[in-house]
Design a protein around this ligand. Structure first.
Ligand code: GUN
Ligand code: ZN
Length: 411
């Protein structure tokens, strides 16, 4: 099946027990629901009075992933130490291959098939360092998939470098609503380039994505490269890169001042627990983000994250923070669906309702097998689902519907 977005927009119906994550983190359950959609959008969500058949599936909204690198999907789960050596030895050489646009197209197709099979129906993606591959991504992916090529102008192999101003001009020339401004991270972009990104963000209203305070060696490098900045967050702040349209991945090692600035500017943090585990970046102090009022979502960060599955991310999130912070499965689901969905919808009114099972929303549905004997309490039911294997590395939903079209179905 072609998933180019023009061939989707189907009609259909499914019934089962529906889990409805709420923006505040609460979780509601409709024990027996019938979801109907036409032309790719939900037209009716009906609560049925009868109990559901015992083999009825559990229905979840499609996942939204706001931090994931498509050019790393084929090397996910392969590591060479912590962040900086991993970037230099494994990731930058892997991304260099996408100067070949035929190869890029092949990988984007494989990536889209794999991520939708895992239940993710929309997101914000990091591309290759070559802006030439951005139109390839846009041609091959449906509405709701936004991409920004990794802007790199210094401190990396020469073949990957291009002034930020040039990459931004190439993005302008695409006349697309699905592009993002993506300075890779502070060490890879000169000060004038960061400022050009900030200016472009203000002028266009496009999303901004980057990385922040993932690793101590990285932070020390930033301090050396930007001696006039108060701290890492201040590098982006001074360039005009913070704000409600910006998502910064990680933020594991931040001072109180930095958390306060992120909260004051409504900058979104993408918490990537599986990536942090894989690269030994440390436990994200999620309780400090709660306390400071920093908005955050859950994301895969493939290829540091080993899996494209947001269910796997949720399962690891609960496990990593257990004993440190009172995390709940319902909050994890909200931060992988409705909360990132509302954030992404600010860039396209056609995405309103993204990450929910509500009338008018894009008809994205993830159906999974209900664990035998699972309780009816929604929090316990979701915990049982994650513990029963749906949270494992490569477990796939039973069926995924994207814009009203079934794109993956277990045999
Ligand atoms: N920091 C800069 N680039 C990257 C990347 O590709 N992955 C991760 N996890 N951190 C980064
Ligand atoms: Zn990343």
């Amino acid at each position: 099946m072609q998933l180019d977005g023009r061939t989707l927009l189907g009609d259909g119906q499914i019934s089962g027990a529906a889990l409805l994550p709420q923006p505040g983190g609460a979780l509601h359950l409709l024990p027996h629901a019938e979801l109907t959609w036409q032309h790719g959008r939900f037209t009716e969500i009906r609560a049925l009075p009868s109990p559901p058949p015992t083999d009825a599936p559990l229905l979840l909204p499609g996942f939204v992933d706001l931090h994931c690198h498509w050019p790393q999907a084929h090397v996910r789960g392969q590591f060479a130490g912590q962040l900086l050596p991993w970037l230099r030895d494994a990731i930058w050489p892997a991304e260099a291959a996408f100067a070949d646009l035929a190869l890029a197209r092949q990988h984007v197709r494989q990536f889209l098939a794999a991520i939708t099979r895992a239940g993710t129906c929309a997101g914000l993606f990091f591309g290759s360092p070559f802006a030439e591959s951005t139109p390839v991504f846009l041609e091959e992916t449906p509405r709701g998939f936004l991409e920004g090529p990794a802007i790199m102008s210094q401190n990396a192999p020469k073949a990957l470098l291009r002034p930020a101003q040039e990459t931004l001009a190439m993005l302008h020339a695409l006349h697309s609503r699905r592009v993002a401004i993506a300075p890779r991270f502070a060490p890879n972009v000169d000060l004038a380039g960061l400022r050009a990104c900030g200016d472009a963000a203000r002028a266009t209203g496009w999303p901004v994505q980057s990385h922040l305070a993932e690793n101590r060696e990285e932070i020390a490098w930033v301090r050396q490269l930007f001696p006039d900045a108060r701290d890492y967050t201040d590098v982006y702040d001074a360039a005009g890169l913070l704000g409600p349209r910006t998502v910064l991945a990680h933020g594991v090692h931040l001072a109180d001042r930095e958390l306060a600035r992120l909260a004051a500017t409504r900058t979104l943090v993408a918490h990537c627990p599986t990536s942090n585990e894989a690269l030994g970046s440390g436990r994200m102090p999620i309780e400090r983000l709660w306390a400071a009022g920093v908005p955050w979502v859950l994301a895969t960060d493939v290829g540091a994250g080993p899996s494209l599955s947001q269910l796997h991310v949720m399962q690891r999130f609960l496990s990593v923070h257990a004993g440190h912070a009172p995390v709940r499965a319902g909050e994890a689901l909200a931060r992988a669906t409705v909360i990132p969905g509302a954030w992404l919808a600010q860039f396209d009114p056609q995405l309103a309702g993204l990450g929910t099972l509500a009338v008018g929303a894009p008809a994205h549905v993830v159906a999974v097998t209900r664990p035998v004997g699972a309780p009816d309490d929604p929090e316990l039911l979701l915990q049982a689902l994650l513990a029963a294997g749906h949270g494992s590395l490569e477990a796939l939903p039973t069926r995924v519907t994207l814009w009203g079209t079934v794109v993956s179905q277990a045999q």
